[in-house]
Design a protein around this ligand. Structure first.
Ligand code: SAM
Length: 235
């Protein structure tokens, strides 16, 4: 793993390859064995994914190149591929990206129409992603990035995008700060990684410095899920 971030990135990778995989695979699935909090997060996250899909619903995605960095179990990468996009999906966790590939293959074997170019699923940290794409997406990954790594992350994602960048992050709002504080008072077994909140102005400044401006923004807030979604275009 040649990415920067050292121990922090290694512990995120380890978490999502082990207990985190079990937890998030369930949350990002359809089974009923989730508790109330997990169900709330599942619904909130699906709203974020649906907002991205709504932004591209009128676009002809055939052959549009997409890099989904930190793809998880493929919640966004798979529908984009099934819309015809040429998708490169990657994740630092081989368990998560392996599950994304499995889910994609299962859908196609059940009759979903495959794109002209099959999606590529790769286990790698986003700093190792390379190439140039029409669209770069990175949904709910920044929560694993401490403040001092965010500018570099945004800069790298921007360098991969020829046109559009869609990113989301947990915003540093008062309500979420309080929620996080309460969560820290009652650490449960699921709290195996640290969660980093980000100031929207800082994120926007990093995007601007990397040559992107925000075109559209959305906020999804449920009881336990908070995510600011930005669609950015090259200046
Ligand atoms: N983007 C997916 C989605 O919205 O369904 C997954 C979101 S999940 C909360 C965060 C994902 O980011 C995990 O799958 C984790 O392994 C991945 N991740 C964390 N740090 C990463 C990094 N440095 N490079 C690539 N993936 C990373």
């Amino acid at each position: 793993m040649s990415e920067t971030g050292g121990d922090e990135a290694a512990s995120v990778k380890n978490y999502f390859d082990t207990t985190g995989f079990e937890r998030w695979n369930k949350i990002y699935g359809e089974t009923e064995d989730v508790n109330k909090v997990q169900l709330d997060i599942r619904n909130g996250h699906q709203q974020t994914v649906d907002k991205v899909l709504d932004w591209v619903k009128d676009d002809d995605m055939s052959g549009v190149t997409v890099c989904d960095a930190g793809c998880g179990t493929g919640s966004l990468a798979i529908p984009l591929a099934l819309k015809g996009a040429t998708v490169s999906a990657s994740d630092i966790s081989s368990s998560m990206v392996g599950e994304a590939e499995r889910r994609y293959n299962e859908l196609v074997s059940k009759g979903a129409s495959a794109p002209a170019t099959a999606p590529k699923f790769e286990a790698m940290g986003l700093e190792d992603a390379s190439g140039r794409y029409d669209l770069v997406t990175c949904i709910d990954v920044m929560i694993h990035y401490p403040k001092d790594r965010v500018d570099g992350m945004i800069n790298h994602l921007a360098s991969l995008s020829g046109k559009k960048l869609i990113i989301s992050f947990a915003p540093q709002t008062l309500a979420y700060l309080i929620l996080k504080r309460v969560g820290e008072l009652f650490p449960g077994p699921s709290k195996a990684t640290r969660a980093y909140l980000h100031d929207e102005a800082d994120v926007e400044a990093a995007l601007q410095a990397a040559g992107f401006r925000v075109k559209r923004r959305e906020m999804t807030a449920t009881s336990f899920y908070y995510s600011r979604l930005l669609e950015c275009e090259r200046i």
